[in-house]
Design a binder for this molecule. Sequence first.
Ligand SMILES: Cc1cc2nc3c(=O)[nH]c(=O)nc-3n(C[C@H](O)[C@H](O)[C@H](O)COP(=O)(O)OP(=O)(O)OC[C@H]3O[C@@H](n4cnc5c(N)ncnc54)[C@H](O)[C@@H]3O)c2cc1C
Length: 477
Amino acid sequence: MNWDVIVIGGGGAGLAAAASAAESGASVLLLESELELGGSTQLSAGMFTAAGTSVQAALGVDDSPERFFQHYMDLNQWMLKPGLVRAFCEQAGPTLEWLLGLGVEIPAVVSHNAHMPGLCQAGVEDVWRGHVPKDQGLGLVQVLARACRTGGVEIVLGTRVDRLLHEDGRVVGAVADDVEVRAGAVVVASGGFARDPELLDRYYPSAGRAGDALFVVAAPGSRGDHLRFGEQVGAAVTGHEWGLMLPTAYFQRLHHWQSGFPPRSRVYVNGHGRRFMDEDASYAVSGGIIEAQDGPVWAIFDERARRGLPPGYAHWTPEHVLAEAEADRTARAATLPELAETIGVPADALVATVERWNAQLPHGRDADFLRHRTLAAKGADGPLDPIGEPPFYAVRTLPAELVCTHAGLEINASAQVLDVRGDVVPGLYAAGEAGAGVLGPRYVGGGNAVANALTMGRIAGLDAARTAGASAAAASA
Ligand SMILES: Cc1cc2nc3c(=O)[nH]c(=O)nc-3n(C[C@H](O)[C@H](O)[C@H](O)COP(=O)(O)OP(=O)(O)OC[C@H]3O[C@@H](n4cnc5c(N)ncnc54)[C@H](O)[C@@H]3O)c2cc1C
């Protein structure tokens, strides 16, 4: 054996696996295909969902892994394996404490969004579980990379693993650039497949429903190599058709923190010209609600809202919306009935929808969809403006920003990869987007994927170090 543990991929899952295996005394080689560490984790806000943490306790939030587990399973309609999800919910808190011990900073203050360090509402949970670190995903990566260096992990950049070494039914290493490296255990942490159109067609075909509006924000290394490794060793794949697509305007092409945000004073209407949701609902549920509507969904707002858009973003600015309207890609009309005709919804319904909105939220309450509660959680102050100043606009809104994919190698509660019969593939672990079964049909809110990557990465690293130690002992006996 050259190494106790080889880790494939240096994003959140890989760094957590490598640092924890090294902490357990294993010799670790980490291979990263790109010229820098970080993957999608580095691009993320770093929000981390966990229950029963010291940050929650300092804010007086009474929570437990059991409560987290119940919410997680209910939101995912119990379509996930309870044993695996239970392990994740139990270990997310300790993993967060481990990160705090390594130097990650999460102040015990109330946060109103994924870019404000502290504790915020992650999704639709009853107690807040979204832990936002200082310095976001980049900060997490830097802290974990430092822990790897301190632990003596050998990190090799610019080296894409081509295949696994599989001998006598056991994974014994990996091959990169025609060089074989051997180890007692291998952790696949190579991220998702959002950047590979063929794999998207195969494992997440519904992403194609976004058509020309589809855009991918996942890191360039998200090429789906885990699925190719899995084929090599007969691994089971789970999570077909699951992933995170954020609702966006058809004209957005960048993650929302760069593209910008639609006007606060807007309503979403469906093909019947009716409002159907809290427009600020978490993406834990908003994509699914939008997809369930009859006909296209439109964001309706007025001239005052367009003018009030803040500058400094790539797409949601007064000038960009105007340019889209002048190019006839965004619908614009002098009256609501004319706007309704342009977008093909019943005029009387659209007029009634806007009248009802004007009678509600501009006065502080949304009796139909309780949007005032979401706005309060986001720290919004003051009532919203009514929709009344012509011209009026309608912007097609749909889930089209592909953030991460959930189909990957099926794992058990120790992050060991399972084969198609459900047996462990000896010597092989997977975590993060590569290791599937924790990220389900419903994303439980901001922080679900980073928590999955780091928690299951840490579990994989600890168990891989133990397995490697056992095989080394057996080999020398
Ligand atoms: C813009 C953005 C914002 C996000 N915000 C959040 C958030 O705030 N909270 C949250 O929970 N989730 C968020 N997510 C999702 C989350 O960041 C990811 O799902 C998670 O970080 C994935 O971690 P990972 O370790 O599985 O993959 P990655 O972090 O992508 O790491 C995989 C690594 O493996 C490397 N690799 C790939 N193939 C090979 C190979 N063959 N050999 C060697 N190396 C290889 C890649 O280059 C990459 O560095 C966000 C994602 C994006 C893109």
